[in-house]
Design a protein around this ligand. Structure first.
Ligand code: AHQ
Length: 232
């Protein structure tokens, strides 16, 4: 007997249920957003996350290169422009360098990538390499950790100014820009995912893909926690 697939609503609910494994709940992130991080831990997080940020447009270009659907590509390409910038717009990666300068790193230091921990690099590279070889719809599905991203950006915007008055608030610009962009990204990614993964087996595969990406983010935090410590 063929197993009955979940309805779209049930499928979406199961994707969203995986938010309990999102890195907003990782002790290192809880420390960051509850004001317990030292300047060294914050600098370490910003320097390591820079490798993730610069890898996102590479990942998105890999998806584009695998995607024959022009209507999807013309929307997906905006993600690359959002990070790399276009025209006079600095873009997200440049905004991240400004965050780095606001927390006391230099542009040279963060762009040198010399603070990037091996396990952070391996986790990020696993994500990019997955996007290169997976079906483009599967790579789209893996971006759906952003279902949970608006909350984590809002938490930083709400808490960092109070907890870390030494950080120039202009440096938080990146988090402000990401809230609407994450919501736009998720609208597109969720529609593709809910439409492409049809059978129960495919839907369960989608949950596995999302869990893989949640593990990428979690493993990055594990590496930073191990190296920089987690202050209570
Ligand atoms: O700044 C982030 C970003 O641009 C993206 C793109 C998206 C993807 O394609 O996988 N995921 C993502 C995320 C960003 N910021 C992370 C954070 O905690 O600041 C969250 C991360 C995500 O939820 O996947």
């Amino acid at each position: 007997m063929n197993a009955v697939p979940w309805s779209r609503e049930e499928f979406e609910a199961r994707l969203r249920d995986q938010g309990s494994a999102y890195h907003i709940h990782h002790p290192f992130n809880v420390m960051l957003n509850s004001g317990k991080a030292s300047p060294e831990q914050i600098k370490g997080w910003v320097a390591n996350r820079y490798y993730y940020q610069t890898s996102i447009p590479i990942k998105d270009a890999a998806i584009l290169s695998n995607c024959p659907d022009r209507a999807v590509r013309r929307q997906w390409v905006e993600r690359i422009l959002n990070h790399d910038g276009y025209g006079d717009g600095p873009g997200g990666i440049e905004s991240w360098v400004r965050l780095a300068e606001a927390v006391g790193l230099t542009r040279e230091r963060v762009e040198s990538m010399r603070d990037v921990l091996p396990a952070v690099r391996f986790a990020v590279d696993a994500y990019v390499n997955f996007a290169r070889r997976a079906a483009w719809q599967e790579a789209v599905c893996s971006s759906l950790t952003e279902l949970f991203a608006p909350e984590i950006h809002k938490q930083r915007l709400a808490n960092w100014p109070e907890h870390y008055p030494w950080i120039d608030q202009a440096g938080l610009h990146y988090f402000r820009t990401r809230v609407p962009l994450a919501q736009r990204d998720v609208a597109q990614g969720l529609e593709i995912t809910l439409s492409y993964f049809r059978t129960l087996e495919q839907q369960q595969r989608a949950l596995q893909i999302l869990k893989f990406k949640l593990d990428v983010l979690w493993a990055m935090n594990d590496a930073m926690a191990q190296h920089y410590g987690v202050s209570q």
